[in-house]
Design a binder for this molecule. Structure first.
Ligand code: NAD
Ligand code: LMR
Length: 334
């Protein structure tokens, strides 16, 4: 088995380290790197020297490169678009990134309609509905194959929880579902469902618990502030994006079973999700069991504590509007 993986936006802050990580996956035999800037030709020249199987090629938009990058792709990862600066919300990126994701999704519809699509570009809460609408209009939308990458929230939840309980080296031990969306209060970390359980003392200390949840929800701002105008999370995002891509590859192409990871996916009509959140939303990040078809099964959200129910209410105050904004961007232009 040899997989072709395309990275769209591969010359960027996320794209380059993500390409390097993907180059190290032995299942990938062709790595296609696409961007609007010509430096994307230099990235494969560089990582192409790494002694792993993937043959790595750069494609520039001006040279009709999207077709070359996408034709035959099994997996497409999209970190294309502008990042935040201090003082901006992710939604402030909509005006630029919506059109970028629309055009790239059209390329997927045209050149690799059966590929798994992993969307990183913000605002994820809206860009995933945009991609879905483009694919629907082209008659090729498969709700099991389109993923908004929310793994950075999952990674942050483990790291920040370990720090909060005074065991900063123990992050890898904690698996914590993070559901909802990928922006501020739409990010809903279910700390009560951590495996193994977080200490009871954390849940008894309301102020500390709230502080931890807020830190996970606004973790992106920490990085945006620290980079002071030079962008947002790139390296931890490349790690998280690769982590999810590798989970999907192992489950979809290598026969690994029991791979469950939260992702922002199409859940319209899913009775369990509707019951759990009280609305029939089109998209919600849920724990997804991955397999040959992509989304094989959506796992239950489980019992929420009273505090988590409050967080869910706040999430639902924002998320439906972000979904509609993305859908209308495509539907309104028809
Ligand atoms: P960046 O500016 O460093 O890189 C973006 C790249 O996209 C650039 O190389 C640019 O040339 C390219 N690009 C622009 N338009 C394009 C197009 N039409 N086709 C192909 N490539 C195009 O930005 P970054 O730091 O890598 O962030 C990229 C995006 O990822 C941002 O929208 C950011 O908000 C988002 N992000 C998401 C998460 C998440 O958790 N989902 C985390 C971090 C960043
Ligand atoms: C993040 O969570 O780090 C990303 O969504 C980038 C951002 O804008 O914060």
């Amino acid at each position: 088995m040899g997989l072709k993986t395309a990275v769209l936006g591969a010359a960027g802050g996320i794209g380059q380290p993500l390409a390097l990580l993907l180059k190290q996956n032995p299942a990938i035999t062709e790595l296609a790197l696409f961007d609007v800037v010509p430096v994307v030709k230099g990235v494969p020249a560089d990582i192409g020297h790494v002694d792993t199987p993937a043959v790595t090629t750069g494609y520039v938009k001006d040279e009709d490169g999207l077709k070359g990058a996408l034709t035959g792709a099994d997996l497409v990862v999209i970190p294309a678009g502008v990042p935040r600066k201090p003082g901006m919300t992710r939604d402030d990126l909509f005006n630029i990134n919506a059109g970028i994701v629309r055009d790239l999704a059209q390329g997927i519809a045209d050149f690799c309609p059966k590929a798994f699509v992993l969307i990183i570009s913000n605002p994820v809460n809206s860009t995933v509905p945009i991609a879905a609408e483009v694919l629907k209009a082209a008659g090729v939308f498969d709700p099991k194959r389109v993923f908004g990458v929310t793994t950075l929230d999952v990674v942050r939840a483990s790291t920040m929880s370990a720090q909060a309980i005074g065991k900063p080296n123990s992050a890898p031990e904690y698996t914590i579902p993070v559901v909802g969306g990928h922006s501020g209060v739409t990010i809903l970390p279910l700390l009560s469902q951590a495996q193994p359980a977080l200490p009871k003392s954390l849940f008894d200390d309301e102020a500390k618990l709230k502080e931890l949840v807020k830190r996970i929800q606004f973790g992106g701002d920490e990085v945006v502030q620290a980079k002071a105008g030079a962008g947002s999370a790139t390296l931890s995002m490349a790690y998280a994006g690769y982590k999810f891509a590798a989970q999907l590859i192992s489950a979809a192409f290598e026969g690994k079973t029991g791979v469950v990871a939260p992702s922002y996916v199409y859940v319209k009509g899913n009775a369990d999700v509707t019951k759990a959140i009280g609305q029939d939303l089109a998209f919600f990040s849920v724990p997804v069991e991955l397999g040959p078809n992509g989304v094989e099964k959506v796992h239950p959200l489980g019992d929420l504590t009273a505090f988590e129910k409050e967080l869910l209410e706040a999430c639902l105050g924002e998320l439906p509007g972000s979904i509609s904004k993305g859908e209308s961007f495509i539907q309104g232009s028809k």
